[in-house]
Design a protein around this ligand. Structure first.
Ligand code: ADP
Length: 155
């Protein structure tokens, strides 16, 4: 059976930390769906179209990676696309506390779905999308923190 994983997040924007998690997932799964979770009541900093485009561009040469958008419960989306695995990145103990609660709740709701945690490497563990947005809002250069294929300023 094809091993399908969903890597969910808001990816506002997609960072090198996210990219590393996807690349390290490639040897584990046959397909990785980067699922952009949208909440119609919450406005994002970058428009959805740009977020999709940047992820597609980053993995243009990687047929195993697909990008999709979903609304609502992540487990329902996993069920819909036939994913058996949910991938999350762990940067620190705060992520662990937060993520373990969600993973346990997801396990209670959908026992057949396995959450797989991938530990971030130290050089990327301070990176998050909020910091990248703050750098941009304040006129700094955020290019080193997003995948090489993404030009935050030109596109
Ligand atoms: P959310 O909106 O669910 O917090 P994010 O877009 O911030 O989603 O992140 C999605 C996933 O990527 C989460 O599992 C998060 O822990 C992980 N992640 C975010 N930044 C990094 C990073 N620097 N290194 C590894 N994983 C990361």
């Amino acid at each position: 059976m094809k091993k399908i994983a969903v890597f969910p997040g808001s990816f506002d924007p997609f960072t090198r930390g996210h990219e590393q998690i996807v690349r390290r997932s490639l040897s584990l799964f046959d397909q990785i769906i980067v699922g952009i979770g949208v909440n119609s009541r919450k406005e994002s900093f970058f428009p959805l179209e740009k977020r999709i485009h940047w992820i597609e561009k980053t993995f243009a040469d990687e047929p195993k990676v697909a990008v999709d958008v979903y609304e609502g419960l992540t487990i329902k989306y996993c069920e819909k696309v036939g994913a058996q695995f949910l991938v999350r990145g762990l940067r620190n103990t705060i992520d662990f506390e937060f993520e373990s609660g969600i993973a346990n709740m997801n396990k209670a709701m959908m026992p057949e779905l396995e959450t797989i945690f991938i530990l971030t490497t130290p050089e990327l563990s301070a990176l998050n999308s909020t910091i990248v947005r703050d750098i941009i809002k304040n006129g700094g250069n955020a290019a080193p923190f997003v995948p090489a294929a993404i030009d935050l300023y030109a596109e």
